[in-house]
Design a protein. Structure first.
Length: 418
């Protein structure tokens, strides 16, 4: 028997779910199979998925090839039409033990080749919490899935379904287990993290969850939250930023653009000034706060002046870590039907300018750390990250998984040196 091979494309949540699938597949006895967990965030992501599937088929001619993930959910016909593919599994089905029992059977019939149901009908979070996904130092805990918003450029709700939350008690119990196993940092993840709790009794907010974790798991050294929608941040989360040193001073913001008209056409829930106000207030409460952000270049109708507003937002919010997305139309989204598209060359050039602005911000941030002392979580013997998630390289090996205190001596290749 040959253990199945898993390939993950896309976000950290996908990587989390791949490990959950590995556990389910192992329990079912699946062997001699290749599983591809796809991403659908851009048209390029789907193209890369098809490319990866063809490569894996060439390298594994005798294995069954199973495709799942967001691209499989949003356009299953694309993958069932590929001769390289034996089965296509939806995002709900991939977390069901019975699915993997079916996949472990000797033969996949026509009725099992396509197992993709209506994701919008899902109302509960799948019971696939796992202990300890990640490195030896950092674990990721999925507390939320899906999204109730309908940004005009985004296909993800159609791949993930509506928002649903993991109850706080379940989250706290899992984090306790992780701390008992020696993890020094836990990251809360989800598709739309700031919507956590809206579907639970009494509709708690993300800040309530953060405060509860920090109160009930006093031995957890570091808690980190992943991408958030700043307009949905609640009072308790702001209070945690101000008063809880164990909550890490690094927030990744889903901003997407810096121009009000484009934000409205994207159907975002904030305006430019909202983003700036949030960044200023968070940094006032926590002066060492750093920000990452998602920004899209070349959204339909984007003029040069509107793009310049995005470029200026990088400094206005003092963003450090940028994730720049060149706009690509996703069939089925409202933005794909907007006329007056920006040409591909202009999109590419604007994305490059945003990335250059981001690199300049990183350089400025790194220079400001020289001479300072940081508490660094070691991810490898010679590499760790500060509380602001800045990478640090060490000349001498350190215990992996430990939090070490070190003085920053210099910078090189967009990293700090200790």
């Amino acid at each position: 028997m040959t253990a199945p091979k898993f390939t993950t494309l896309g976000c950290r949540l996908n990587a989390y779910e791949t490990q959950a699938m590995q556990d389910l597949a192992g329990q079912a006895g699946l062997s001699n199979a290749v599983v591809v967990n796809t991403c659908a965030v851009t048209a390029e992501a789907v193209r890369k998925a098809r490319q990866e599937i063809r490569r894996l088929r060439r390298e594994n001619p005798g294995a069954r090839l199973i495709v799942t993930g967001c691209a499989a959910q949003t356009e299953p016909e694309t993958f069932t039409a590929m001769t390289e593919v034996d089965a296509v599994i939806g995002n709900t089905e991939k977390m069901m033990p019975g699915t993997w029992a079916t996949m472990a059977a000797d033969f996949i019939g026509e009725t099992e080749k396509l197992m993709v149901d209506d994701i919008m009908s899902v109302t509960e979070t799948a019971g696939h919490l796992i202990d300890g996904f990640g490195t030896r130092s950092r674990a990721y805990v999925q507390v939320q899935n899906g999204c109730d918003h309908r940004c005009t450029f985004c296909i993800i709700p159609y791949g993930r379904g509506n928002s649903r939350s993991v109850p706080a008690g379940v989250v706290v119990d899992q984090i306790r287990r992780l701390v008992d196993r020696g993890f020094n940092e836990v990251v809360l993840t989800g598709v739309d993290l700031t919507s956590w709790g809206a579907d639970l009794p009494a509709a708690p907010r993300l800040g309530d969850l953060v405060m509860r974790i920090l109160r009930l798991v006093p031995d957890l050294p570091r808690l980190r939250i992943s991408s958030i929608d700043s307009i949905e941040v609640d009072e308790n989360l702001m209070a945690a930023i101000a008063t809880e040193p164990r909550l890490m001073p690094h927030l990744h913001l889903s901003l997407q653009h810096g121009d009000d008209l484009i934000l409205k056409r994207m159907k975002r829930r904030h305006l430019r000034d909202d983003a700036i106000r949030f960044a200023e207030e968070a940094r006032r409460l926590r002066p060492d706060m750093t920000f990452g952000a998602d920004i899209i270049a070349g959204f339909p109708t984007e003029t040069e002046a509107q793009f310049e507003n995005s470029l200026a937002l990088v400094e206005a919010c003092d963003l450090t870590w940028l994730h720049v997305f060149p706009y690509s139309a996703r069939p089925g989204t409202p933005a794909a039907r907007i006329p007056n598209k920006v040409d591909g060359g202009t999109i590419k050039a604007r994305a490059a300018r945003l990335r250059a602005a981001g690199e300049a911000q990183v350089t400025r941030h790194l220079a400001a750390q020289v001479g300072r002392t940081h508490r660094i979580l070691m991810e490898a013997p010679d590499m760790g990250r500060t509380e602001q998630f800045t990478e640090v390289r060490f000349a001498r090996s350190q215990p992996e998984g430990d939090i070490v205190t070190a003085r920053i001596a210099g910078t090189a290749d967009q990293t700090l040196l200790a």
